[in-house]
Design a protein around this ligand. Structure first.
Ligand code: OSB
Ligand code: MG
Length: 369
């Protein structure tokens, strides 16, 4: 497949409500949308780098830079034999997994559309619908957090994740647990704690949590292993796992018992599938994380989560969870059993709404091969 042109769109999507995590508050979701053109077909991708280096060091600005200066020149005008060939061509460059993943996704979509095969099938997915949950940001107080959880449970979500940070943890979780004694509940600290905070996690250990996500620093597998030894609740790693090698080492040293798979953080769907395969072979449960994706990234997450190892509900809520107006059709809605259908059309199985895309685009540029 010869890549003839790439369009980059810096978009800013208004969130229905601010989303607060331990690393900051977002009122709008910035992202990069990519369109690849080749042989009369187009493919779409989403790079989930945001407006500030909070979750990751990458931002829309750094992603634009490495794409324009390095990844696109290695790709444009080239006859790519496939995704593995593409990965080889940019393989000598270091870092910037979110930028890589956005471009890789557009290539998967382009190839899938060319072959008339859905992304789920390209990746080896088997499920027609996948279990999902909702992620709730830090709220002004515990009462409003419980109110939020009530709203989402009433909408049909059967698994809730709440964001925590120091000072907003055990009491908040206790309030939600008291209101919903049976709810599948998990928490995400986004690396806001240190091993000295172990007593905070010991206090959560009796609250029947499905898992505790990324309590400690992203580059700290050793202390995660130390913390895991003191808890019976499984630790789940998100930010720490950037490759299949990290996944293997984290499991070998006991740093976690569950892995959150995000293609962006793992530099693309290929590495995400590799982590899935490793975990499946070792009996380690995985689930698909989210990055407040538009309909493009959401479709990709649904396809990935259809692989057999994704046994825990993903952070893949319905399209109307974050945005009043998405940039792709169809919208994804929640089924009564807290699942969402996996798209079946070629590639991502969606159509980008170019009018809606134009409305949220701050900057756009075309690069030709
Ligand atoms: O750590 O999982 C995370 C959102 C932005 C950055 C990091 C995370 C999240 C979420 C939201 O938890 C998941 C979603 O609903 O997309
Ligand atoms: Mg997380």
């Amino acid at each position: 497949m010869r890549i003839e042109s790439v369009d980059l769109f810096h978009v800013r999507m208004r969130l229905k409500a601010p989303f607060e995590t331990s690393f900051g508050v977002e009122h709008d979701r910035d992202a990069l949308i990519l369109r690849l053109r080749g042989e009369g077909i187009e493919g779409w991708g989403e790079c989930v780098a945001g407006s500030f280096p909070g979750y990751s060091y990458e931002t829309v600005g750094t992603a634009w830079h490495v794409l324009e200066s390095f990844f696109l020149p290695a790709t444009l005008g080239q006859d790519l034999a496939g995704v593995a060939d593409f990965r080889r061509r940019i393989g000598a460059y270091k870092g910037h997994p979110l930028a890589r993943a956005g471009l890789e996704l557009a290539l998967w979509d382009l190839l899938g559309r060319g072959d008339g095969v859905s992304l789920a099938r390209q990746l080896g997915g088997t499920a027609a619908r996948v279990p999902v949950g909702v992620s709730i940001g830090i709220q002004p107080d515990a009462a409003s957090l419980v109110g939020m959880a009530e709203r989402f449970v009433a909408e049909g979500y059967r698994r809730v994740k709440i964001k925590i940070k120091p000072g907003r943890d055990v009491a908040d979780i206790g309030a939600v647990r008291a209101a919903f004694p049976e709810l599948a509940l998990q928490v995400d600290a986004n690396s806001a704690y240190a091993l000295e905070d172990a007593p905070v996690f010991e206090a959560m250990d009796g609250m029947s949590l499905l898992l505790i996500e990324q309590p400690l620093a992203e580059d700290d597998l050793l202390d995660h292993a130390g913390l895991q030894r003191r808890l019976s609740t499984p630790l789940c790693l998100d930010e720490s796992i950037l490759s299949v090698r990290h996944a293997r080492q984290a499991l070998d040293c006991g740093a976690c018992r569950v892995i959150n798979i995000k293609p962006a953080r793992l530099s693309g769907l290929s590495e995400a599938v590799a982590v899935h395969d490793l975990c499946l072979s070792r009996g380690i449960p995985v689930w698909c994380g989210g990055m407040l994706e538009t309909g493009i990234g959401r479709a990709s997450n649904l396809a990935l989560a259809s692989l057999p190892g994704f046994v825990l509900p993903g952070d893949i809520s319905a399209s109307d969870r974050y945005y009043a107006e998405d940039i792709a059709w169809p919208r994804f809605s929640l089924n009564r059993d807290s699942t969402i259908d996996v798209p079946t059309g070629p590639g991502l199985g969606i159509e980008v709404d170019e009018g809606a895309l134009r409305k949220v685009t701050l900057r756009r540029q075309t690069f030709n091969g």
